[in-house]
Write a protein that binds this ligand. Structure first.
Ligand SMILES: Cc1cc2nc3c(=O)[nH]c(=O)nc-3n(C[C@H](O)[C@H](O)[C@H](O)COP(=O)(O)OP(=O)(O)OC[C@H]3O[C@@H](n4cnc5c(N)ncnc54)[C@H](O)[C@@H]3O)c2cc1C
Length: 412
């Protein structure tokens, strides 16, 4: 599957990225991770902390799947609001999901001091603004639910927004505890650290097919086999080529990154900006004084059509950016790209075991918060592989139906 089109922004932001060999020959391990994107990176890092005998294989180069297109917004709040999660999954499970995201964000914010390559994770506030006046009541209710359950949220009126930003909107929720990152650097820094901690890493090594046995899985690659007691599939949207997820949908999404600006417009705390409309637009700044804008989702098309659409969708994103910040008129997009993007019908990612694949676990970070979900998955699956029970996995079950499930207890 061709995951990305256009010019990607992160390519040259990590000079001399670490490189890993191609697998030659047969090897054994306790845990094989297939995929060196955000999911595989988080998992390999977490496994290295417990000293587990782990191998990671990546068919391309590390970080060049859809992580390469990731715009690097790291948030507790989701595409699906807390209110909507509570309505769909019940209050306890809705809150549990948000609590897991909050814990994952805390762990993500602790990463920089622990890694040798700077992942450029910077703590940021977020502003979720009402796209139209009709959405204000929804935001008020969301604010009440967030506060009631201990999540930080401030309800901002139009005047508050005008005092902090160059634009005006009918209302917004301001929150703390989110972050921005350079996703390619994050993936490299995690895998680099995992490798230093004993995880064996192979690039340009594709898992071609598998034999599922009683005591483990044999993974066949072009030049060798891997005998693994357990496998974690972190293959991103390409997992659908192996196992169709009926509850998931793939679309095209687009993003731009501007040239560095002499100065940023009035933009409180360089917060992450997004809106209540669905599909939504989102905006962030970078440490080099650039702006990233994303959105303009549309139906999955042929790769050829997506390549053509990158330019025109990029222009439309630039128009949205200048509508918000008119002083940016004339600014150029230095990078424009499009990519496959996946979401689930009920708004939750998939993670955990699947009854048809013994000794196998999946990380499928569907949705706009794939990085946060990858951290949740790494934590829950590493514990599971170490023999701990993590009932929270029920929430993300690969075979779940849309109806509310009984609440699993959260662990500290
Ligand atoms: C335009 C865009 C913007 C986004 N913005 C954000 C954002 O701001 N914040 C956020 O949190 N998320 C964002 N996401 C979502 C995020 O990118 C993904 O959820 C996440 O990066 C995916 O990581 P992954 O490891 O699951 O997949 P990938 O990065 O695709 O990694 C999977 C890897 O598996 C490898 N692989 C596949 N099959 C095999 C095989 N058979 N053998 C070996 N290797 C294999 C692939 O080569 C690939 O490198 C965005 C996505 C897009 C497309």
């Amino acid at each position: 599957m061709k995951l990305v089109s256009g010019q990607l922004p992160w390519e040259n932001t990590i000079p001399n990225p670490p490189e890993y060999p191609v697998l030659e020959g047969d090897i054994t391990c306790d845990c094989l991770i297939v995929g060196g994107g955000m999911g595989g990176a988080m998992m390999s890092y977490r496994m290295s902390l417990s000293g587990a005998d782990t191998v990671l294989i990546e068919k391309r180069k590390v970080g060049t799947g859809s992580t390469h297109a990731n715009t690097g917004l790291l948030q507790i709040a989701n595409d699906k609001s807390l209110t909507s999660c509570m309505n769909t999954f019940g209050e306890e499970n809705g809150v549990l999901f948000y609590r897991l995201c909050q814990q994952a964000m805390k762990r993500i914010l602790e990463l920089p001091g622990k890694l040798d390559i700077d992942p450029q994770i910077i703590e940021r506030s977020s502003l979720l603004y009402a796209s139209v006046p009709e959405d204000v009541a929804m935001l008020k209710l969301e604010h009440e639910n967030l506060n009631k359950h201990g999540f930080h949220s401030e309800f901002w009126e139009e005047a508050d927004i005008r005092a902090h930003y160059a634009f005006s909107k009918p209302a917004a929720l301001y929150s703390k505890g989110d972050a921005e990152t350079n996703p390619l650097r994050t993936v490299h820094s995690l895998i680099h650290k995992a490798h230093a901690g004993g995880v064996r890493v192979y690039e340009h090594t594709e898992a071609l097919h598998y034999e599922y046995n009683e005591d483990g899985v044999i993974c066949h690659t072009a030049n060798g086999r891997i005998y693994a007691k357990n496998v974690v599939f972190a293959m991103g949207y390409e997992t659908q080529e192996m196992k169709k997820d009926r509850g998931a949908e793939l679309i095209n999404t687009y993003a731009i990154m501007t040239e560095p600006l002499p100065s940023l417009p009035k933009w409180h705390e360089q917060s992450l900006l997004w809106e209540t409309a669905r599909p939504y637009l989102y905006f962030r700044t970078t440490p080099e004084g650039r702006i990233i804008a994303g959105g303009k989702d549309e139906q999955l098309t042929s790769v050829e059509r997506r390549e053509v659409r990158v330019l025109s969708q990029g222009e439309r994103l630039m128009e949205e950016l200048t509508a918000l910040f008119p002083e940016l008129q004339g600014t150029k997009a230095e990078f424009s790209w499009g990519a496959v993007f996946g979401s689930t019908h009920d708004g939750l990612p998939y993670m955990g075991p699947h009854p048809e694949y013994p000794h196998c676990y999946f990380i499928e970070g569907y949705g706009g918060n794939g990085t946060c979900y990858s951290m949740i998955a790494a934590e829950l699956l590493a514990d599971t592989l170490a023999g701990k029970t993590r009932p929270e996995l029920e929430l993300f079950s690969l075979t779940r139906s849309a109806k509310p499930t009984p609440s699993p207890a959260i662990q500290p």
